[in-house]
Each structure stands twice: as C-alpha cells, then as structure tokens.
Design a protein around this ligand. Sequence first.
Ligand code: HEC
Ligand code: HEC
Length: 253
Amino acid sequence: MGENTAVKWILFFFFPALFIYGLLHVYSSKPAQAKRTKDLTAQEEAGRKVYNKFCVGCHGVNGDGQSEAAKFFKDKPPNFHTAVFRWKSTPEGTLPTDEDLMRVLDWGIPQTPMPSFKLVPEVQKRAVIAYIKTFSDRWKKEEPGVSVYGSIKKPADFGSPELVQRGKELYAQNCTACHGEQGKGDGPVAMTLPVPPTDLTYPVRSAGPDPEDTFRVLTVGLEGSPMPAFGHLSERDRWALVSYIAYLMNKDK
Ligand code: HEC
Ligand code: HEC
C-alpha cells in the first residue's frame, strides 16, 4: 500500500505542481524589452513597440544582435549600432535604402533564422525601420547610397544554354573555393569562414525572389560578410553567373 500511495502522490500532486511551475517559468522569462532611452518621434515610438513584439528576441534589447537566441544561430543578427548591412543594393560603405530594409522584412532571409514579416501591415514595418535607424547616428549624418536596382536590365537571353555554359566556367574560376563545385556551400575554405557560404542549389534565394536580386548581390557583394563583390566582371558575365545559379536552383526539380 505504501508504494501505491507514493505513486498516487506523485501523480496527483507532484506532476501538476511541476507543470504549473513550468508554465510560470515560461511566462516569466519573456525576453526583456527595448526601453525608451532617447527622444523618439511618434513613428519611431510606434516602431519600438513593433520591435518589442517581433524583433527583440533575436536582435536584442539594445539592437546590437546580442540575444539568448542568437547564441544558437550560425548566421548572427547584425549590430544595428554600426549600421553595416549585408542585404542591400547600395555600394559597400554606404547605408541601405528604405526599400532595401523593406525587402528584407517582406522576404526574410531564407536559409537563416530571419523570418518574413510579409503579413505585418506596411505602416508597422515603416515604423520599425525608422526605429532601428535610431540605434546609429550614421542615419543622421549620411544619405543612403545609390541603389543598383535603378540600372539593372535583364538581357533577353537570360537563362539561355550559352549563358548558363559561360556562367558555369566563370563559376569554376571564381566561386568554387567557397560555394563548392556543385554549389552546395561546401567548398574547401567554407569551414574557415565566419559565415557559411549559401547553398546555391537551394530553390529559394536569400537576397530576394528575382534574378535581379541575385545580380545585385554579385554587383555590390554582401558587406561585412566574406561574400565579395564581382562588380569588376562585365555585366554580361554577371548575368551568365545568375543564369548558372538559376540552373542550379532548378536542376533537381
Ligand atoms: C528568429 C530570429 C529573428 C527575428 C524574430 C528577427 N530577426 Fe532580423 N535577422 C535575424 C538574423 C539571424 C539575421 C542575420 C541573417 C544573415 O544576414 O545571415 C537578421 C537580419 C536582419 C536584417 C538584415 C541585416 C543585414 O545585414 O542586412 C534586418 C534589417 C533585420 N534582421 C530586421 C529585423 C526586424 C526589424 C525584425 C522584427 C520585425 C527582425 N529582424 C526579426 C534574426 C531574426
Ligand atoms: C570567399 C568566399 C566566397 C566566394 C569566393 C564567393 N562567395 Fe558567394 N557567398 C559567400 C558567403 C559566406 C555567403 C553568405 C553570406 C551571408 O549569409 O552573409 C555568400 C552568398 C552568396 C549569394 C547570396 C545567396 C542568396 O541566396 O541570395 C550568392 C548569389 C553568391 N554568394 C554567389 C556567388 C558567386 C556566383 C560567386 C563567384 C562569382 C561567389 N558567390 C563567390 C562566400 C563566397
């Protein structure tokens, strides 16, 4: 009998108590919130609320990318205080445009933890963009760079077998060290890099859905990451590389 009572005690008291304790623990360990530390405009203040709701858990209370979650990520969130952005269409050393930041929020950064906020209303996204700019004074002193999207023109023969073939050759010369012979992101120097090279055979591009987005990456690079700019290659050669990447993305379909 004694043993039975002990079992009942565990079932009827101990487990429910443990469960409630667990629940309390989960509810009390919500991420800390970004506090208002300076004078904010009405839009920035609205953005701070959006940030606390959707971003703080990964990007951190101070916007410096230091969060509990980030410790587990291979791709680390950026430090908004330096205002150095990878996923943008402006030349190295310049600030991104608002449209660049909006593209990141709408598309997310596939193959990294950064999710898409496509379903969040645009006014909230504009507000959170205004808020993340308050982390760096660069936004008060500098203008965003000139976006390359203004001058990108996809050639009529994009994706043609000739362009794919030319892209394959250029790829073998310039890209395999990091992205690997098959494009899987497993080249010989991949392991030594602070950020893993993207698997280019994955059917969704981190930079955005269109060939123009990949062309933009090749033109300006990804600032602050090992991915260099290939703006020195001719426009035609960059389109050949984008054609080859499009081929890699669709190869297994
Ligand atoms: C689940 C974690 C997570 C959440 C939630 C999240 N982010 Fe991110 N975010 C990341 C990571 C990780 C990166 C870096 C990805 C990379 O560049 O490889 C990133 C990148 C970004 C970038 C691009 C930085 C660059 O270098 O170009 C912006 C802008 C950004 N996040 C804004 C936001 C905003 C605003 C929110 C809230 C609306 C948000 N993020 C929510 C994890 C997250
Ligand atoms: C020194 C190493 C290195 C070399 C060389 C290199 N890459 Fe990258 N590449 C990277 C890394 C690392 C990333 C991921 C960066 C990140 O997430 O911040 C990347 C990202 C990319 C992306 C963005 C992927 C996406 O989903 O949007 C493309 C496209 C790309 N590389 C194509 C190329 C091509 C084409 C070449 C050759 C012409 C090349 N890379 C050469 C390291 C390299």
